[in-house]
Design a protein around this ligand. Sequence first.
Ligand code: IPD
Ligand code: CA
Length: 276
Amino acid sequence: MSTPIDKLLSCATAAARKAGDHALANLDRRRDADAITHHDVKLKLDVECQAIAESVVREIFPDHTILGEEDDHSSVAPPANEDGVLWPMEADEILWVIDPIDGTVNFSHGMPRWCCSIGILKGGRPVAGVVYAPASGELYAATCDSAATCNGKAIHVSDTTALEQSIVMTGVDRHKDGSVPPLSVFNAIANTAQRPRIMGVAALDMCSVAAGQADGYMETGIFLWDVAAAALIVQQAGGQVEILKREPGFRLQCQATNGPIHEELKGVVMGALGRA
Ligand code: IPD
Ligand code: CA
């Protein structure tokens, strides 16, 4: 018998709240790191929060598969793109995709913009997603058969129709192989949108699109766990999400918009990436 979607959503909500509240309660340990690299940091709290979220899921769904940011994924090959599919899987297989702290660098500096993101895929398609930002108390949620909400209230994407009137959220790709020239996408967005924004939390950036506060989001060098929950939240808020490219280790190029600006933004991005 298949698992009711609302049961998946309530478990994801409980897991995100428990993991996120643990990070918030331990803010004084925000600089305890397992590894610090030039552009990134792996915190002890990343690992603890993933374990907390996983234990909530395993208690209710012991047989489900879990993919967490803190596991080792370097050898995973990228699958082919399939419409509406975030990650190709068997039709009945359920995959929990957990980013225990998205915006780890913000968190480690004491900035309040970070979140716990939990997306659930069935047959590769998102069926439920929760993005919880403990410092602001915002909890974004959606299922494949219900509207996107923030703290229980329905949210909707903006009706902006032109890129030149749009806020576009993005990030800085740290790809070291030179395939994406540093700041190329950022410069292209800055030259065409009303304003680009780099806030450092992909899941919340996409939720800003879902809530109509921003009109688009585009990032190269992002990962499945950054977008798995928020992709559904954007779609169920009336927006559009597209994986523009897949790379090894669950790495993606992802664009999310309100819909009307989608093709215009994609044209600008593809031009910057030399794929126009
Ligand atoms: C990062 C954030 C950031 C994005 C990076 C992600 P993390 O996730 O979402 O906004 O630009 O690409 O890796 O490392 O804080 O979980
Ligand atoms: Ca992340």
